[in-house]
Design a protein around this ligand. Sequence first.
Ligand code: AP5
Length: 215
Amino acid sequence: MRIILIGPPGAGKGTQAESIKAKHPIAHISTGDMLRENVRSGTELGRKARVFMDAGQLVPDDLIIDMMRSRLRADDARSGFLLDGFPRTTSQAEALDRLLGEIGTDLDAVILLEVSDDTVVKRLTSRRVCSSCGAIYNLTVRPPKIDGVCDFCSSKVIQRDDDKESVIRNRLAVYHERTAPLVAYYEARGLLHRVDATSAKDSVLTYLETLRAKG
Ligand code: AP5
């Protein structure tokens, strides 16, 4: 499987990726997670990216494309990958095409997670994440068993810095302006599949298994 998950912030890309990974071992490549790791460890990339992330803006294309150039060549991505949060602009999509051409591979599908802006705001203001393993929670629909403590690794569960309502609204505006055009880009190539992101948290896994069964 060489798949892109695309959709607005809070559509459930990370959540759907968790359920796919639990059933099919696959490299889950999340540019958001990679950037947050760089911020945490204080790398030069992390320092540059943080300013944009905190404001809900996109990190410049050249930084993202450089980061992905080496990530897509890593051993674990050879047999397939699930891209979450990349590409996010037409330039990134074109760069991805070039990178895949260099590696000698292609995409199988682009899954668009469809959800309204109101749902996104509700979900993201109540999202919490594990500060260590990254497990995703929601105070309304999926709280940790013990308040503030990760079910999987017992680390602290926190709110992401960019999950404040004003920043969420910026991220949504940026999505509609810069990322939504990718829907037409991949639709024109016959790669786009639409999945309702308000249904089950494993709806993408179910959809992919149906696609596979059809051959
Ligand atoms: P990134 O981390 O990629 O954030 P995002 O795209 O805004 O997506 P999120 O992680 O917020 O949401 P998600 O869709 O994964 O939803 P989740 O599963 O957590 O990027 C962060 C920042 O990094 C960007 O703003 C940008 O600055 C920078 N960046 C990253 N990639 C970049 C790139 N390529 N180019 C430039 N800059 C880049 O779910 C959300 C909540 O909803 C959770 O609480 C969850 O429990 C709940 N939920 C999920 N599914 C369901 C469901 N089916 N029903 C009910 N609740 C659900």
